[in-house]
Design a protein around this ligand. Sequence first.
Ligand code: SF4
Length: 422
Amino acid sequence: MSTNIGKAMRNAKCVMRNDFVKPELLAPAGNFEKLQAALIYGADAVYFGGENFSLRAFGDNFTRDEILTAVDFTHARGKKIYAAVNIYARNADFDALADYLKFLDAANVDAVIVSDLGVIALARRLTDLKIHVSTQANVTNFHAANFLCEQGASRIILARELTGDEIADICAKCPVELEIFVHGAMCISYSGRCWLSKFLTGRDANRGQCTHSCRWKYNLVEETRDGEFFPVAGDERGSYVMNSKDLCLLPNIADVIRSGVASLKIEGRMKSVNYVAGVVKVYRAAIDSFCDNPENFTVRDEWLDELDKVAHRPYTTGFFSGDGKPTEIYSTSKPKRSANFLGIVRNFDASTMTATVEQRGKFTVGTRAEFLQPHGEIFSQTITSITNSDGLQIFDVPHAQQLVTIPVAKPVETWSLMRSPT
Ligand code: SF4
């Protein structure tokens, strides 16, 4: 890319575009099952972390063999897979990083997500991997985006602290693909570039070891009064002063797409398969609906209801609207959800109208269950009987991940998720 990136681009007026391109929907793959769920429920691409060098050191990360299987599974469906290698590296990391990057290149992953300039340089020198610059790099302006483009980046994941107008402006003035987060947990510090966890616990967020110290409840203690805690906040809101709400840009999805971004990313490699499936299904439906008929697009209540069923903190549109509303939750740090995850449908037998369900949560005969399907409509029914693999009728399902058969009122798709209201 030329260093003389378009004067015209830099002077372009910031507008939400009418000639938008349908963006990619990019979902988290915390493990192979979540990767499968994300793709089956409609993601165009997934991202994962290997055993080292991504920012989820405590996640269920992929071994090298699992990466090869994941790449095959993803590419067989015509979709893309990106590897997060976004730690801030130290000198001692680079021999192992070189080996890992060469492995990812040979494994045929579609891109690496990188924040450290040294790792970008290494990937460019040793591999043909496409480089997506991580949100950790905190790109907040088109000058930075264009500079990184000149250094070989093929995509920039913008910082979360930008307004919709700023995002559209960068899109208009930057020749490479841009990606933004549309859903999931947020850091109260600058896009996760944070020292709080390291300072309080020794675990470094910038090396994937965050203890989420911003979610803790803080009090004031006078050093000679052991055990006496004085509230920090002076009002009824309490003292979770750094506990950010979760991002949800579904209400703004039309403006998000019109801004010109190439990829919409869902956060949550540590979240459940229920979260991945539910959130992907909603954003898939919203993107398709808008792109099919932008003039008559509306955000449907059923989509918002579905996002309320997965584990989440209260939602915010974050910085996107630029309205300066507070985004912290002062009362609690606990996420809530309005549905319990009971199991995954592994098989449907049309001749007997029964489904084989792999247990994930407690259910019994009489439980009211709802089925979230990859493609079809949600439906509900009461579980009238449960049969175990020995053909015996049972009242409840005692073992985790046990396979049982239940009658279903309607044909149900494999990979449907069975849930119950909380
Ligand atoms: S402590 Fe909170 S703000 Fe800091 S990196 Fe962790 S999640 Fe983000």
